[in-house]
Design a protein around this ligand. Sequence first.
Ligand SMILES: NC(=O)c1ccc[n+]([C@@H]2O[C@H](COP(=O)([O-])OP(=O)(O)OC[C@H]3O[C@@H](n4cnc5c(N)ncnc54)[C@H](O)[C@@H]3O)[C@@H](O)[C@H]2O)c1
Ligand SMILES: O=C(O)C(=O)C[C@@H](O)[C@H](O)[C@H](O)COP(=O)(O)O
Ligand SMILES: [Zn+2]
Length: 355
Amino acid sequence: MRTLTVELGARSYPIHIGSALLGDVELYRPHLRGPQVMIVTNETVAPLYLGPVKQALGSHQVREVILPDGEVYKTLEVWSRIFDALLAERFARDCTLIALGGGVIGDMTGFAAACYQRGVDFIQVPTTLLAQVDSSVGGKTGLNHPAGKNMIGAFHQPRAVIADTDTLNTLPERELSSGLAEVLKYGFIRDAAFLDWLESHLSKLRSRDPEALAYAIWRSCEIKSQLVAEDERESGSRALLNLGHTFGHAIETGVGYGEWLHGEAVGAGICLAAALSARLGWLTESEVERTHRLIAGAGLPTRRPPQLAPERMLELMAVDKKVLAGHLRLVLLKRLGEAVVTSDFDHDALAHVLA
Ligand SMILES: NC(=O)c1ccc[n+]([C@@H]2O[C@H](COP(=O)([O-])OP(=O)(O)OC[C@H]3O[C@@H](n4cnc5c(N)ncnc54)[C@H](O)[C@@H]3O)[C@@H](O)[C@H]2O)c1
Ligand SMILES: O=C(O)C(=O)C[C@@H](O)[C@H](O)[C@H](O)COP(=O)(O)O
Ligand SMILES: [Zn+2]
């Protein structure tokens, strides 16, 4: 097991990464304030992993709430079932919520923890690659609205992240690729050497070589932890983690939540960001081609969905959370390994890239 720390002063927390962690009570115990624990999971993950977690926490008062599975259920209505369960069991302020699942469960559970009795503790137990490298770390929690992705939410940091890499063995291939989009993102925004490493290890990662996966998860969490420690609430550098997301979120909302996976939309979004960066003279055509090869090599789409018209994408992009004083800001690439947040692009160039 390797452990990283997200350095946030009194709210610092560990990220444990390794094999056979799910059932290790010692990883949970230091972070449980009171006896009551609510595990939030979904219909797919519960039959696979709820048993070992419940067994580990056997000496506590453990209850579970099992939500339907899918991005389409990341809604206010489904989310409120977590409060129904907490109140039915008379859970108190010293309770702990455990998010057992992918990013959808993590985001919904974290937001419930931020709101229940004005804030209780929670632990992230991510079981997808995407959740292990990204969504379980950094405290962005929330829900979708029909008009936009993650539009309702809060910053609320977990007490710990327990990433058991064995859980990735049951993950469908499409979901593994989706997680690789966020892994590649870290290379594109901050670490050209990591991008080179990813390029030469993509096939090992896709065939789930345990050592390659463990290194990719560790380095991704390290880069994300640094950005979160630098800028917890995204007033500056944290926004770099949004590379490809203004395009990607517009795709997810535009085609209907769950039709394109988050990582698929981000993959296409990174290619669009690279194309726009080239029009600004920052990337060469061969760097744009390399970007496409990396994204396609991870099993991800490189273009927007053909059914989503550029005009509709522009409309959806206008509700992005990075919009400032009515101006759209995008994360673009100065070079492969260095990103910037900028509004300094020509809207004709953007329309051209989308078309
Ligand atoms: N908070 C953040 O910082 C952040 C970062 C990135 C993404 N996100 C959000 O995360 C969500 C995407 O997360 P995701 O890709 O994990 O999707 P997900 O949570 O929908 O999980 C993907 C699928 O895999 C299943 N699954 C989970 N673990 C499994 C396992 N071990 N074996 C088999 N099946 C398993 C799930 O039930 C689901 O069907 C999006 O809503 C996105 O907006 C949040
Ligand atoms: O942690 C962050 O900051 C990120 O931007 C990580 C993204 O991968 C993630 O998809 C996040 O939920 C997007 O945030 P949003 O603020 O654009 O909704
Ligand atoms: Zn993302």
